[in-house]
Design a protein around this ligand. Structure first.
Ligand code: ADP
Length: 575
């Protein structure tokens, strides 16, 4: 699989983050824990009284009605405490979850564009859907239930010691068994679940690719190949799921056995002690009931450990998104002193070790039209992206007025140079929202002027557009994108014709709008039609990652190089 998967946070990072998250709301946490503690204590009264009752019945001094009444009272009290304890911990869980979600969205929006392109959408989609869901389940259910179980287990063990320290022995005997097999399981589960999620991401990627390229698959008869790839993905996912299932089938039976042993052990031990007059019937009864009562919270604790692992794996993947290094350096305070863009000895590689640009030098003259031509795959679009500051060069520099583009804060960068592509996403919101995002401090007058400049033919400023709102025609969506450009007002535009706004169907309506946007700016047009080169002030020929020819159309034709050959063959064909 070619996509480079996004990083995953380490165990220590996840633990540190979980700790910070837990302690972020100390008062709410203390409140919830106190309520759970009160509920646990209320639940411990009944076995104690039952023990006394058994003893009392034997000696004929029992007041059954009173004891039953008191037990009923504590059961009701426990119910009330549990209700408020759940309420408090659920509220806390939801609050933490909302914060987690917001942080994750911030992290994703902060990802460098180059990383998103490289990571493949499958991984990112899995992280935003499956991992966020898994984490939500963990925070909503596993975390509060684990807390409750911990509190209950601690109090119950405390009560057991109060009844008679010796009764804790059977529990101590199974503790190593439970501890040992839980450790065995946990040591394997994290990686197992990580692999399971990664296998899912790969499968999603492969499926999405097939669906997206369905026509190509159909046209080139790639069906079998795609199916084989999907099968490989499914096999990987199956193997990963089977592994975690195997872990569970070994672990759970051992744990279940571990629960029964202490109950039986306490009964036996209690019986022996009672026969030898070393314990009262009340103590044996209470102790056995307590040990029996331990099973539920202990089981809850161990069950949720599994879920906590899944949540931990998801959290590691969500936190990992933040570990992606920014491809922009720390923003400088230096301001460009002019509008000239200089490219100096630029090399760039998408994959380490394979440069696609091999030392490009170029100076854009403010106000000129430069056409970039050359064979497909030569590096024209890559050069365009570097000129627009989307990628930073591997070595060398691309600067505006002596300031490297990658050191400019993004908001400033957009005021200098912008890449114009066919991606004209209409965001959900009003027409105003869609335009103003290019310059958030723009006045209503500026927005109206920007829309007028592109001959806006759509609904008014306050109309809701995008998903769920008014549907805009492709031409209108492109006009919105152009209006954004007018508002951002960059002095230089990089126009990638292959993906440019000049969609032939909408071209005629849009040509005037585009003309208005290009007017008075420096324009670099990555030309796929030689007519564009003919009309430009200068032409740069890019071949195999280098600029091999640079000059006006007439100069290059006169020089008789590759451009001249291209021009002659194209001219010959069309005239
Ligand atoms: P052109 O625009 O001249 O057709 P490009 O700049 O798109 O050329 O591509 C130059 C080289 O870089 C090609 O070999 C292409 O395969 C490679 N390339 C382009 N985009 C990517 C990418 N996102 N990841 C990896 N390689 C890429």
């Amino acid at each position: 699989m070619s996509a480079q998967i996004l990083p995953v946070a380490t165990r220590a990072e996840v633990r540190a983050y979980a700790r910070r998250l837990t302690l972020r709301h100390p008062r709410a946490l203390a409140g919830a824990l106190t309520l759970h503690g009160l509920a646990a204590v209320s639940g411990l009264v009944a076995p104690w009284l039952l023990g006394d009752l058994v003893e009392g019945v034997r000696s004929g001094t029992a007041d059954v009605d009173l004891v039953a009444l008191v037990i009923a009272g504590f059961v009701i009290a426990q119910g009330v405490f549990v209700r408020f304890a759940y309420y408090a911990s659920t509220r806390l869980g939801e609050k933490v979850l909302a914060e987690l979600r917001e942080e994750f969205v911030d992290r994703v929006l902060d990802l460098p564009l180059s990383t998103v392109e490289r990571a493949g959408t499958g991984d990112l989609v899995t992280r935003t859907s499956r991992d966020v869901d898994a984490l939500a389940r963990t925070v909503r259910m596993a975390v509060p239930e684990t807390l409750i179980a911990l509190v209950t287990v601690s109090f119950t063990l405390g009560a057991l010691v109060l009844v008679g320290p010796v009764f804790i022995l059977p529990c101590l005997v199974v503790a190593p068994l439970l501890w040992g097999c839980t450790r065995w399981y946990l040591a394997r589960a994290r990686d197992g679940y990580l692999r399971e999620n990664a296998a899912w991401a790969e499968l999603t990627d492969s499926l999405a690719e097939t669906v997206k390229g369905a026509r190509t698959v159909d046209a080139l008869g790639l069906g079998d190949d795609r199916q084989r790839r999907c099968n490989v993905g499914i096999r990987g996912s199956w193997a990963a799921e089977r592994y975690t299932l195997r872990l569970r089938t070994i672990y759970y039976p051992m744990v279940e056995t571990g629960y029964v042993i202490p109950v039986v052990g306490t009964l036996l031990l209690g019986g022996l002690l009672y026969i030898n007059d070393m314990a009262s019937l009340a103590q044996v009864t209470a102790a056995t009931l307590y040990v029996q009562q331990l099973i539920e919270p202990l089981d809850m604790l161990l069950t949720w450990l599994d879920e906590l692992q899944v949540g931990g794996a998801s959290l590691a993947r969500l936190l990992g998104v933040a570990a992606v290094p920014q491809d922009r350096e720390a923003a400088t305070t230096a301001r460009p002193d002019c509008e000239r863009i200089d490219v100096r000895d630029v090399r760039y590689a998408y994959r380490e070790g394979t440069d696609v640009l091999h030392g490009v030098d170029l100076t854009l003259r403010p106000g000129e039209r430069l056409a970039v031509v050359g064979p497909s795959g030569a590096g024209k679009s890559t050069l365009g992206r570097l000129l627009a500051g989307i990628h930073g060069p591997r070595t060398g520099s691309v600067s505006v007025g002596s300031v490297p583009l990658v050191e400019l804060p993004l908001d400033d960068l957009r005021g200098h140079v912008a890449l114009v592509t066919q991606e004209h996403h209409v965001f959900r919101g009003t027409v105003r929202d869609n335009v103003v995002m290019a310059r958030p401090d723009a006045s209503a007058g500026d927005i109206r002027a920007a829309l007028e400049a592109v001959d806006w033919s759509g609904p008014g400023l306050d109309a809701e557009v995008g998903a769920g709102g008014l549907a805009l025609s492709p031409a209108q969506a492109q006009q919105l994108a152009l209006a954004r450009l007018v508002l951002a007002d960059p002095h230089t535009l990089v126009l990638d014709e292959a993906t440019s706004l000049l969609d032939p169907r909408a071209a005629r309506n849009l040509e005037r709008s585009l003309g208005a946007v290009l007017d008075g700016r420096t324009v670099v047009a990555i030309a796929h039609r030689l007519q564009t080169a003919h009309d430009a002030d200068r032409v740069a020929v890019v071949e195999d990652g280098r600029i091999t020819e640079l000059g006006s159309h007439d100069e290059l034709v006169a020089a008789g190089g590759s451009y001249a050959a291209l021009w002659t063959s194209w001219h010959g064909r069309t005239h």
